[in-house]
Design a protein. Structure first.
Length: 366
């Protein structure tokens, strides 16, 4: 039995800490979703299918050697760009946005693939470059990041475009971007804010930002989401109102309970205690990724783990900050908990790649 276990560990690449914590979070998400969807068996069963498929996909993607991802990173990136272009041409328009490609049995949000392919490509491009990164290489990366960010922004999808932007910037920072360049870039960004406000943001996006500072100015319009979310979170107390007993969610005061504002449902029904349990699992995953990045076999693996895990951390932060009203509403799901096939699968794919980078070792580290 012991010999069989050793052989299994030798042939399979697996991180039990990440797998167990992600599985636990996914199963908790199914429980939360059932309540948030007003007891919808259809929504919960569909999400359950995505969870099972996602866990299997995560395991399968953790098996190839990191060199497979490094050598094929350009193919992955080009494929994701083709999907974005195909979305513009053939995508389904829902509520004025073209974000999904319909394959009959499944609708794919192509931008979710870009936010994985871009960091992997940048890590493969920069891993062997001398420090600090040259201006030429920095410029090439920034142009690529801005092009892909703008592709997603005009769908329009502000939330995912921001994640893609920071995903690329994370890799540049981790790869050794000079502090002088960072300072100059921040200065240029601040000076260009009026131009970005007037030319890059849609009217409804500008309204969301203005609502952040004074939601009471339009409590039954643009300020409704934030106001009801705060009421739901605050009314949960220490132990919550009880499972499926949340008045804000079940009386339809709280919008988008299955996706963007599912955390508000958790806070209302399970209170401070339930919120702490969920956050502890998120923190454990974050610190585990940090540990794996520090102990990865080479620079490419460290950059990839760092970039993909920071995307996960940013998504969690944006969702939580959004529902408590400290950033504008941008339409960002809570990883492994919110309803949604493309977003859910993108995180399983990301963690499959992270586990591959962390568990494949070489005799000599670079």
């Amino acid at each position: 039995m012991r010999n069989y276990s050793r052989q299994l560990n030798k042939d399979l690449y697996f991180d039990p800490y990440l797998f167990i914590s992600i599985t636990l979070l996914s199963l908790m998400g199914l429980v939360f979703l059932f309540s948030a969807s007003q007891g919808s068996y259809d929504a919960t069963i569909k999400q359950f299918v995505f969870v099972i498929f996602g866990l299997l996909l995560m395991f399968l993607l953790s098996q190839p050697d990191p060199d497979f991802y490094k050598n094929n990173s350009l193919i992955f990136l080009i494929s994701s760009i083709i999907l974005i272009i195909a979305t513009f041409i053939f995508g389904n328009e829902i509520n004025g946005a073209k974000r999904w490609l319909n394959f009959g049995f499944f609708s794919l949000q192509s931008s979710e693939i870009v936010k994985i392919a871009l960091p992997v490509f940048l890590a493969a491009y920069l891993y062997d470059k001398p420090l600090p990164i040259s201006f030429k290489n920095t410029l090439i990366c920034i142009i690529l990041i801005l092009i892909l960010t703008n592709f997603v922004r005009i769908q329009p999808d502000l939330g995912t475009s921001l994640v893609i932007l920071v995903a690329g910037l994370y890799i540049l920072f981790l790869a050794g971007l000079s502090w002088r360049f960072i300072g100059v870039s921040i200065g240029i960004f601040l000076l260009s804010l009026p131009f970005l406000w007037n030319n890059f943001l849609e009217p409804f996006q500008r309204q969301r930002i203005l609502t952040l500072f004074d939601p009471a100015n339009d409590p039954y319009g643009s300020g409704w989401n934030i106001t009801q979310s705060k009421i739901a979170i605050g009314s949960g107390g220490i132990l919550g109102k009880g499972y499926q007993e949340g008045s804000q969610a079940h009386l339809d005061f709280l919008p988008e309970t299955e996706t963007d504002f599912i955390f508000s449902v958790i806070a209302e029904e399970f209170g401070f205690f339930g919120v702490c349990v969920v956050l502890l699992i998120f923190f454990f995953i974050m610190f585990r990724c940090l540990y794996l990045a520090l102990n990865a076999r080479d620079r490419f693996c460290r950059l990839t783990i760092g970039g993909l895990s920071l995307i996960f951390i940013s998504t969690v932060f944006i969702n939580l900050a959004m529902v408590i009203g400290i950033i504008p509403v941008v339409g960002m799901p809570l990883p492994f908990i919110s309803k949604g096939g493309s977003s859910l699968l993108s995180f399983y794919i990301s963690f499959g790649i992270i586990i591959s980078m962390a568990t494949h070792k070489k005799l000599m580290q670079r």
